[in-house]
Design a protein around this ligand. Sequence first.
Ligand code: SAH
Length: 214
Amino acid sequence: MRMRKKAWTNDMIEARKDCVVAEPEMYKSTWGQFSQNGEVHVEIGCGKGDYWLQMAHQYPESAWIAIEKDRDCAAIALKKSLDNTTSNMKMIIADAKDIGEWFERDEVDVLHLNFSDPWPKKRHTKRRLTHDEFLNVYKRILKKSGKLIMKTDNASLFEYSLVTFIQNDWQLLEVSVDYRRLEHPEDAITEYERHFMEMGQPIYRAVWTYNKEV
Ligand code: SAH
């Protein structure tokens, strides 16, 4: 069973060579080529790809680069986008800990952290995508006016992240502890998110920037 799944994953990734960027460091400083309006959006941890796919179609003039370290998830995302991929969509299948090697200083307009893994245990703190070590790399690859948008149903991860961003001198541009109380058609809702909304669970969202002039 395990082998079969692995084979399916490998076949799907192979079949989607048009979309998968095997050596992302080769594209460093050139990601704008996939964008018509010059904007480069990067989603870290795209999971099964629902957010990536919807946003890339809603904003087809921008480049949408998805990063996913789990090959099985990445393969599912690639399958979903099979008949629907546009030239603005690219996928990097690797751990985002190396993101600083793939993107140039001042290259990314928006980093999206959509429902990231909460990693609740203290000993896993470093794996959180809003850990200090990630933030240091993010601020380097973001453009001067670049933003990081974080959305989650997890209050503990949200609280941890607010503190970490503040301690690292990021500026908070927007914050909501019940983002879906109002309509936000500009932002895609995935099935996962809809499930939480239907249960009445608030969705937390924050938008951050790092002022490089200071
Ligand atoms: N963003 C998706 C769902 C995210 S689930 C959506 O909105 O639909 C979180 C995903 O992040 C998981 O698939 C996990 O494998 C991935 N992930 C966690 N840490 C990562 C890392 N360091 N690099 C790449 N992907 C990561």
